[in-house]
Write a protein that binds this ligand. Structure first.
Ligand SMILES: *Cc1c(COP(=O)(O)O)cnc(C)c1O
Length: 385
C-alpha cells in the first residue's frame, strides 16, 4: 500500500535525509558552543564543525574551503552578491545583467539596485528557456559589474551552459555569479572551469535543513563585494552573525552525501522520470513539456495541460503534492513569469504543473502519480488543445 500524499515537489524543498540529521544532532545537544568563542574548547568544537562543512561544500564545486561563507540560504547569498557587488563597484561599473527566468530573489535584488540608480539589463530566453549567447555577448561591456545567470532553473529545470557564459563574461572583466540552488549537489559544478566569482547554495534543496546555505566567493579580489550585514566579523567579515553549527554541519553532510551519490542519482532520476513522462504523454499526447527536453535536470518535469486550469487539476489530484509554479511565487497570483518568459500564453502557463521527484521518490509512487493525473484529466473532460 502506498502512503499518500506523495511528495513530488522537490524543487520547492526536499525532506531532511536521516544521515544529515545524525550529523546535526551533536551540535544541537552537547556541542552548543559559539564558533566565534576562541578562548575555550566549546568554541573550538563548534568552529571545527564549520571547518569540516566548509571543506565538504568546497569539495563539490572545486574551490578552496576558505572561499566558502555560510549564509541563511540562497536568497541571502543572492542578495549579498547583487547588492554587495553594486555597492562596491557600481560607481565604476553601473550595470547588472541577468536573465528573465532568474529566481524571484535575484530579480528583486537586481530591481532594488535599479531603483537605487544602477542599470539593469534582463536578457530574454528562447521558447525552451535558453539564454541567447550572442545577446549576452552584445550586452556585457566594460560598464558591467556583474552577470548573474542561474545554473538550473527552478521551474522548468533548464540547465544553462555556465562554461560558455563564463568565457563571455570574463572577457569583459565583469564578475560572474550563478544561483546554483537547484544545481549544487545534482550536476557537476566547477568554479574554475566556469570562471565563477560567486555561487549561491542552499541546503534544503539537497536534503539538508532549511535556513542555511552558502556563498562561494572567489578570493582573487578581496573587495569584490561590500557585506550586507554589519556585525562581529564572522565569516571573515563577509557575513556577520553567529553561525549555526548544527545547520552548517547539516549543509556539509548534505553536500558530502549528494557528491558521493551524484552520478548514481542522475542516472536513476533520468530513468524514472523518462518512464513517468512516457506514461503521461502516451495517455495524453496533447501534453506540452515546458523547457528544453534535453538540457534539463531530469528530476523536474514542467508540463502544460492544454484546456485545463492547473489549480483545478491540483484540486483533483489532492494526494499528489505538486505545484502549479514556484513555491516562492505562489503568494502572487497570475501565470508564472518564467513560463511567460518562454513565450507561453496566459492559458498555457496557467495550465502547467511542476512535478519534481527526489532522492526518496519510488517507482511505485511515480506509477501512482501518473495514474492519478491521467484519471483526473479524464474526469475533467480531457485535454483541449
Ligand atoms: C530555492 C531557491 C532559492 C532560495 O533559496 P533559499 O535557501 O530558500 O533562500 C533561490 N534560487 C533558486 C533557483 C532556488 O531554487
Amino acid at each position: 500500500m502506498i502512503k499518500t500524499p506523495i511528495y513530488l515537489d522537490n524543487q520547492a524543498t526536499t525532506p531532511l535525509d536521516p544521515r544529515v540529521l545524525d550529523a546535526m544532532m551533536p551540535y544541537l545537544k552537547e556541542h552548543f558552543g559559539n564558533p566565534h568563542s576562541s578562548t575555550h574548547s566549546f568554541g573550538w568544537r563548534a568552529a571545527a564543525a564549520l571547518d569540516i562543512a566548509r571543506e565538504q561544500v568546497a569539495g563539490l564545486i572545486g574551490g578552496p574551503p576558505e572561499e566558502v561563507f555560510f549564509t541563511s540560504g540562497a536568497t541571502e547569498a543572492n542578495n549579498m552578491v547583487i547588492k554587495g557587488v553594486m555597492a562596491q563597484r557600481g560607481a565604476e561599473r553601473p550595470k547588472i545583467i541577468c536573465v528573465a527566468t532568474e529566481h524571484k530573489c535575484v530579480l528583486e535584488a537586481a530591481r532594488y539596485c535599479q531603483q537605487a540608480g544602477y542599470e539593469l539589463e534582463i536578457l530574454p530566453v528562447s521558447e525552451v528557456g535558453f539564454l541567447d549567447l550572442s545577446m549576452l555577448e552584445a550586452a556585457v561591456d566594460d560598464r558591467t559589474a556583474l552577470v548573474s545567470i542561474m545554473a538550473i532553473n527552478n521551474e522548468i529545470g533548464v540547465i544553462h551552459p555556465l562554461k560558455v557564459v563564463g568565457e563571455i563574461v570574463k572577457a569583459s572583466g565583469a564578475l560572474f555569479h550563478t544561483d546554483a540552488a537547484q544545481a549544487f549537489g545534482k550536476i557537476p559544478l566547477d568554479v574554475e572551469a566556469c570562471q565563477l566569482d560567486f555561487v549561491s547554495i542552499s541546503a534544503h534543496k539537497i536534503y539538508g535543513p532549511k535556513g542555511v546555505g552558502a556563498l562561494y566567493k572567489r578570493a582573487g579580489d578581496s573587495r569584490s563585494l561590500s557585506p550586507l550585514f554589519s556585525g562581529g566579523g564572522q565569516e571573515q567579515g563577509v557575513r556577520a552573525g553567529t553561525q549555526p553549527p548544527a545547520l552548517v554541519a547539516g549543509l556539509g553532510a548534505a553536500a558530502e552525501i549528494a557528491g558521493a551519490e551524484l552520478d548514481g542519482e542522475a542516472v536513476r532520476t533520468k530513468q524514472m522520470m523518462t518512464s513517468f513522462k512516457e506514461k503521461l504523454f502516451s495517455a495524453l499526447p496533447e501534453l506540452i513539456l515546458n523547457g528544453d527536453a534535453e538540457e534539463r535536470w531530469a528530476g523536474n518535469l514542467n508540463i502544460s495541460f492544454p484546456g485545463l486550469d492547473g489549480d483545478l487539476l491540483l484540486a483533483n489530484t489532492r494526494d499528489i503534492a505538486v505545484s502549479s509554479g514556484a513555491a516562492c511565487a505562489s503568494a502572487v497570483s497570475g501565470p508564472s513569469y518564467v513560463l511567460k518568459a518562454i513565450g507561453c500564453t496566459d492559458r498555457r502557463a496557467k495550465s502547467a504543473l511542476r512535478i519534481g521527484m527526489g532522492r526518496f521518490t519510488t517507482k511505485e509512487e511515480l506509477d501512482y502519480a501518473a495514474e492519478h493525473i491521467i484519471a483526473a484529466v479524464d474526469g475533467m473532460g480531457g485535454l483541449k488543445p
